[in-house]
Each structure stands twice: as structure tokens, then as C-alpha cells.
Write a protein that binds this ligand. Sequence first.
Ligand code: HEC
Ligand code: HEC
Length: 392
Amino acid sequence: MKGVWRRTIQVGTLMITMGCFGTAPPAHGQAAAPGKKPPMAEDVLKDVRVLKGIPVDQFMDTMGFFAASLSLNCTECHGDRAAGNWAAYADQTPMKTTARKMILMVRSINQTQFGGTAVITCYSCHRGALLPKPEPSLAEQYKENPDPIDPNEAVIGTPRPDDPTADQVFSKYTAAIGGAPAIANLKSYVAKGMYNGFDTEGSPVPVEIYAKAPTSRTTIVHTALGDSVRTFDGSVGWLSALDKPMPVMPITGGDLYGAKLDAMILFPSDLKKTAAQWRVGSTELGDDHVQLLQGTTPGQLPIKLYFDQKSGLLLREVRQTRTIVGLVPTQVDFGDYRDVGGVKLPFKLTVTWTDGQANIQLDSVDANVAIEAAKFSKPAPFVAPKNQKESQ
Ligand code: HEC
Ligand code: HEC
């Protein structure tokens, strides 16, 4: 009894610092005599259904473990009535019900996969959050010291009265890059510059982009081992590249929608049409205040566009692709806007996805030149030089 009492007081101190309780709990069952087996949680507490067969102090330690793993106060699971009232800890709450299911799930994973050792815990998934993150973070993957707030995770809340409407954000962007008539005049372009990426092991190699309004785009990277070609003809896309497991890989699903977006962003008159509905929010992107537009379309995953609040220019696009293990993000950053026939176009493009990153720095863009249709058709298979193929 003494042991139980002392430890209860200890928990009590913890609780007082959290500001949610005062008195010690009533003991419901029989306490063991000193030197005997200590009372189990289910002997002392009112409604223990899953955490049975452990002493009360360990039971309370598990409560602390839950609180820490999900960054919760005791009353956030147990309800406000539990503040200062031990009996009320036995109340049913939806959070307790979910937590019980979680305890059983974790127990079953550890029993079936890890020989009964507590390898997976609440913290493995929750990591201090109420809802575990299902999607990997590009900021964590590629940056040594990611910003504490990841702009890609920004969610749009209730709009503030001073927030612009989505139409206003698109209009400001259109004006910033040269105005609707100038954009409508831009029918095609051929851009040249340098590329570096995982597939070139970071070495700069020449790149060309062929683009035709409204949605055709081909990018050719002249790697030392041959041309990597990515084509989207307005409805179908292919990739013929060194670092892919087949000579011509079709682009499908979310990646196909992404290819269309990538093409549309070059001819931005239709940018607004990339989603059925837009919601406006704001966040920070590095040092820039940005207006965030989140676009949703039935049957598609949402996309996010980040516009510089000052200049109105598009700085980032984030989209997702569904895989059978979960959603994977792709991020495209735009910079170094320069004038091309009256339209400002981004000369710097950085594409970041979960299995690679590519940087393009353009140095020339010729507007409204004729481009043969074959440039947007299915590329020839990539054939790696023989020795390279063997070493792959
Ligand atoms: C993530 C939710 C969660 C958090 C946070 C949490 N608990 Fe619990 N608590 C539970 C669940 C679930 C049970 C029931 C366990 C069972 O049925 O085996 C429980 C049971 C209890 C009981 C037993 C009540 C009774 O008489 O049946 C006490 C006492 C208790 N918790 C105290 C605490 C304290 C103190 C804290 C803060 C340090 C805390 N809990 C934090 C989920 C939580
Ligand atoms: C394998 C990963 C995983 C583990 C391990 C895990 N959880 Fe969860 N938990 C989740 C997911 C995912 C959700 C959100 C489910 C949803 O959105 O419907 C969740 C939701 C919850 C919620 C409800 C939160 C809310 O606001 O609705 C509680 C409470 C919770 N978990 C408690 C726990 C506790 C306690 C443990 C340890 C015993 C635990 N979880 C272990 C994945 C996990």
C-alpha cells in the first residue's frame, strides 16, 4: 500500500504541474501487504480493460508514455471532469476508446512481427503529434536543417477578412508576368540551359525544353551517357531516361496530372483551370510571405501553389501522387523570372521528389518558334552504353 501511495503522490506532483488534478485516487481493490506481490492496476483502478497484469506505478508510467507520445494532457484523453477527480478517470471518452484500440494494435504488431518485444510504440508513429504524418517530408529528406515549419504542410484555415480571393491572386500573378494579352500571345518556346540532378550525379549537362501552348512539353537532358527525354503531348506522357528501369516508361496517374500541370505553368493563362475549386491561405516560404492557393478537383489529389505576396510571382507548386504505400509529394520551385517576348518566365526550376532532385538553369528562351510535332511524340528508347548497363 505504501509503495502505491508514494508513487501516486509522485504522479500527483506531475499532474499539479500540468494543472489538472489534486487528490489521490481511491483504491478499489485489496492492496498487498509489504513484501508481497504489489496490487495490479485492475485490482486498484475501476475500469482497466487492456493494461491488465501490471503494477499501478507501471500503469501510471504508461499514462505518462501516452501523454508524451501524443503531446497530450491527461484530461485531453480523460475529459475535463477528470481534473481534480480520480474517479472520473474511469469515464468513457472517445479518445480512451481509440487509445485502447491502439494499445491492442501495437500489442498485436509486436507479437506477430517482433517476438513480443515492444519494438513499435505509440511514439514510433505519433512522434509527439495527435495524428501521425502519413506523407514523407521533402524538407526533411533534402535539407540538413529543415525549417521548423514546413510550408508544404501548411493547411488552409478560415480565411481572414484581409485575405485576397483566389481570383485576385491569379490576377495579380497574370499582371506580374506581363498581363493576359502578352500571355495569350505566347504560343510556343524553345529554352536552353544547364541541368544537374541525381541522374547526372550533380554534374551540369545541357538541357532543352520544347513547349507548345496549351499543354505540350518536352524536356531533353543531354547526359554523358545519352539523352534523357520527358514528353507530355497534352494527354499522354513518357520518360526515356538512364535512371529508369525500362527504356520508355509511361507516365501515369498522379504523375500524368503533374506533367500536365508542369506544362500549363509554362503557359499560365489556364493556370486557374488546373483545379475546380481554390481556397486561399498564407504561409512563409523561407523569408518570403506567400499566398497559398490550394486547388481541389473531384477525383484528383489537391495541389498547392505558392505566390510571393509582394511580387505576385509563382514560387512553388506542390502536388502528390498516390502509391500503394501512401502519398508521395513532388515540389517544383520557380525563380529567376526574366522577360521573354513580354512575358516573365522562370529561368530557374528545381524539381524535388522522393527519389531525386533536378535543377534547371535556363540561359536562353526563344518565343513563338515553330516546333515539329514529332518533338512531343513518344521518345526513342533509352539505350545505355554497354559497360554502363552492366555496372547498373
Ligand atoms: C492517449 C490517451 C490517454 C492519455 C493521454 C492518458 N490516459 Fe489514462 N487512460 C487511457 C486509457 C485508454 C485507459 C484505460 C486503460 C485500460 O482499459 O486498460 C486509461 C486509464 C487511466 C486510469 C484508470 C482509471 C480507472 O479507474 O479505471 C487512470 C487513473 C489514468 N488513466 C490516469 C491518467 C493520467 C494521470 C494521465 C496523464 C499523465 C493519463 N491517464 C493520460 C488513456 C489515456
Ligand atoms: C502504427 C502507427 C500507430 C501506432 C503505433 C499508434 N498509433 Fe495512434 N494513431 C495512428 C493513426 C494513423 C491515427 C489516426 C487515425 C485516423 O485518422 O483515423 C491514430 C490516432 C490515435 C488517437 C486518436 C487521435 C484523434 O484525435 O482522433 C489516439 C488517442 C491514439 N492514436 C493513441 C495511440 C496510443 C495510446 C498509441 C500507443 C499505444 C498509439 N496511438 C499508437 C497510428 C498509430
